[in-house]
Every structure is written in structure tokens, then in C-alpha cells.
Design a protein around this ligand. Structure first.
Ligand SMILES: [Zn+2]
Length: 406
């Protein structure tokens, strides 16, 4: 708006130039060219839950949720880790079985869409998929509760193609503390350290999103390979226990790891968190409304919560969070740790997206914004996916050295 008013008076020539450089969606030609030449990797997506109802198919463009093949094409997603997730209250053999059902659901989508998707388990397979013009689908298990304290189950997940595991979700597991629970193990137990070592041997990346700070430091001391925070943001900008402190980001980077920035508004915006905290009743209202609409169906809950929240923003009861907060967190992490240690972990279809980043089709905006901040093309290429590919290669090399997979 400001630009339009200025140009109406004096900058006709400038506006002609601008029209030549920018398309209607606000992307510069340079940004478009760069974005569509990169392998864009998203390390955390929760669409798997939606596959379980048997009706949702990735091949059809919908307005619900954030991910399907057409919108991934529009945003040039090159590789996406589909999260295998269920609430932490599901435990024991039930958790193992439900994980296998979800892994199968992702693999079936790959089978149904051979022209668009290919299952990938290594960085080289992602690069091959890119050359063939396909989207690489990968698997990540979100929560150590799904291995039922059994390294044999962990090995089976690896054999089915799982390439990272988030050690905990929002509640402690029997061998690791979560950031959103009361400490029970002082970080990782001895068995937890065995899990990390076995993951190193299997070439499965250790994901420290969700874990307690002490668990994170135990992982850093134990793991022989670099680790990732598949979907975490910066605690200095938004004080959520799930986010990483500047020191943690530095220490993660010193070990070669990557923090993949999460787009969830509750992890991006302190203002939003404060507004929620100032009105404890509002969270109860949101939960009650979501339950009324969805009952216990988790995929429905994930999607409906977004609509309920946006209704409250429209009524002025909660602040509006703009997508550019994602850029603020990327930029902060880059300043702390360097462009080699930052990536993208959207949490699409599992969290509440900021305005302007409703789905994967909006991803080129990130490239555009980083160019506007004078990031080099090579740094942007690393942030979009190059860094995650590097960590995968390092995890694969560690596995080879330890005599394991792949
Ligand atoms: Zn998560």
C-alpha cells in the first residue's frame, strides 16, 4: 500500500521496472528461478493422520490442510518427511501397531502416485528423485513411545524406511524426558543412550525436537552423528519450552546438526503465547469447540483447531501472526549458528500456520524474503534443503562406519 501511494506521484518508470521484475504473487523473477532450482526439504509434516480416514488422497488439490501433491508442486517441495505420530498416551504394542499402519499409509500413497512420489531413504535417493522431477517421500517417527522400549522394533522401523526418530513427543517416554513434562530420568536413561547408539548404527537421524534440554545435551554427548531439531524454533524470540535456546542452537551446530524452523504460531510469536496465557479460559473454549466438531478423530482435530483459532483472531481475541515471523526465526538462528545449520520443518497439518503460509504453495515466499534480506543464493539453497541433505549423508556415513544400515 505504501509503495502504491508513493508511485502514484512520481515513480512511473520505477513501477514499470517493478512490474517487469515481480509477478502478481510478489515474487521476484530471481527468487522464483532460485527457489525452483533448489531441492526444498521439509523435515516435518503431519499429513499422515489425514491418510488414515481412507478418503483423503495426496493426488487431489484440496483447500483443507496444507499438503497435497498439487500444492507441493506449486511450492517446489523436493522432499518431505511424513511424520508417524500418535498421542503419547498410546503406548505398548498398540503404539507399535498404529505406527506400522501409518507407515503403510504413506508407502501406499507413494505406490498410488508413481509419477509424482518416490520413497527415499538416503540423500542420494532424494537427489535422484529431484532429477526425475518427483517428490521424495520420507518417514520420521515422532515419539520414542512407538518402539515400546524394544530395539528390535526400532530396527524394524528402519527396515521399513524410517530415517529419523523424535525421541519424545509431549510426554516423557520410559527412557527420555520431554520438554513439556516433569523430569523423571534427568535426560536420557542408559537404555535411552543405547537407543541413540543403535540409531547411529542404523543411519536413522536422532531428532531432538520436543525433548527436555537435559535430554538434548545427553544426546549430543552420546550421538556419533550430527542430530537435527526437525521442527523447532528459537526460544530467544518465543519462550516455549519446545523451542531451542541460543546456546542449544550453537551446540547443535558445533556438532554439525541443523535446526529446522517450525511454522507453528505458538512457537513463532511471543505475543500470541502471551495472549493465550493472559486468557486461560480461551484454551478451554478452543478445546471444547474442536471436540464438539471432531470427537476423538485426531486428523479432524488438527485441521479444525486452525479454523477455530482464525475465528478468534477475526474477533480480535487473539493476535494475528504473519508468516514473516518464520523469516525472523530463520534469520535469528542463522545469526547464532550460521547458514549451514538452519532448515525448514513446517509442521504442516499438525500445527497452526501463520497468515500467508497456509500451505506448501507459499514456500517460494521464503526464498523471496531471504533474497530481500541479502542472503546469498548459496546460503538460501542450504537453508531450503542442502543442510538437511548434508546431515543425512553424515548419518549414512556414520552408519557405514559402525557396520550398520543402509
Ligand atoms: Zn511435534
Amino acid at each position: 500500500m505504501v509503495r502504491a501511494i508513493l508511485c502514484a506521484g512520481a515513480c512511473v518508470a520505477a513501477s514499470v521496472l517493478l512490474a517487469g521484475a515481480m509477478k502478481a504473487d510478489g515474487l521476484s523473477e530471481r527468487a522464483r528461478k532460485l527457489h525452483f532450482s533448489c531441492i526444498v526439504v521439509d523435515t516435518h509434516d503431519d499429513t499422515t493422520q489425514r491418510l488414515l480416514d481412507g478418503k483423503f488422497d495426496l493426488g487431489t488439490r484440496t483447500s483443507a490442510g496444507s499438503i497435497d501433491i498439487p500444492r507441493m508442486r506449486e511450492g517446489n517441495v523436493g522432499a518431505i518427511f511424513f511424520s508417524i505420530w500418535m498421542p503419547s498416551k498410546v503406548t505398548g504394542p498398540d503404539a507399535v501397531n498404529r505406527a506400522i499402519v501409518q507407515i503403510d499409509a504413506v508407502r501406499e500413497q507413494v505406490r498410488k502416485h508413481p509419477n509424482d512420489l518416490v520413497l527415499a531413504t538416503t540423500a542420494a535417493e532424494i537427489r535422484d528423485a529431484h532429477k526425475q522431477g518427483k517428490i521424495a517421500a520420507l518417514l520420521g517417527v515422532e515419539g520414542g513411545h512407538m518402539i515400546n522400549s524394544d530395539l528390535g522394533v526400532l530396527r524394524k522401523f528402519a527396515a521399513l524406511g524410517v530415517r529419523y526418530m523424535t525421541l519424545t513427543h509431549s510426554v516423557n517416554v520410559a527412557w527420555a524426558d520431554s520438554s513439556t513434562d516433569t523430569s523423571a530420568h534427568n535426560g536420557l536413561t542408559d537404555f535411552g543412550k543405547q537407543v541413540v547408539r543403535e540409531m547411529n548404527r542404523l543411519g536413522m537421524i536422532v531428532d531432538i525436537s520436543h525433548v527436555a534440554d537435559k535430554t538434548f545435551y545427553d544426546v549430543l554427548a552420546t550421538s556419533e552423528a550430527p542430530v537435527i531439531a526437525s521442527h523447532s524454533s528459537c526460544r530467544a524470540l518465543c519462550n516455549a519450552a519446545r523451542n531451542m535456546t541460543d546456546q542449544m542452537i550453537k551446540d547443535l551446530a558445533a556438532k554439525g546438526g541443523v535446526i529446522q524452523i517450525n511454522y507453528h504460531i505458538g512457537f513463532l510469536s511471543q505475543e500470541f503465547r502471551d495472549a493465550e496465557k493472559a486468557n486461560p479460559q480461551i484454551e478451554k473454549e478452543i478445546d471444547a469447540e474442536v471436540k464438539k466438531r471432531c470427537g476423538e478423530v485426531e486428523a479432524c482435530q488438527l485441521l479444525e483447531k486452525e479454523k477455530v483459532l482464525r475465528g478468534l483472531v477475526a474477533q480480535g481475541k487473539l493476535p494475528r501472526v504473519n508468516w514473516t515471523r518464520i523469516i525472523d526465526h530463520i534469520d535469528h538462528a542463522v545469526k547464532i549458528a550460521g547458514a549451514e545449520h538452519v532448515g525448514l520443518g513446517s509442521d504442516f497439518d499438525g500445527a497452526n500456520m501463520p497468515y500467508g503460509m497456509d500451505d506448501a504453495s507459499h514456500l517460494p515466499q521464503i526464498t523471496n524474503a531471504l533474497l530481500e534480506k541479502d542472503y546469498s543464493e548459496s546460503d538460501i539453497q542450504k537453508i531450503l534443503g542442502g543442510n538437511t541433505l548434508r546431515v543425512m549423508e553424515q548419518a549414512e556415513a556414520t552408519a557405514k562406519r559402525l557396520g550398520g544400515h543402509p
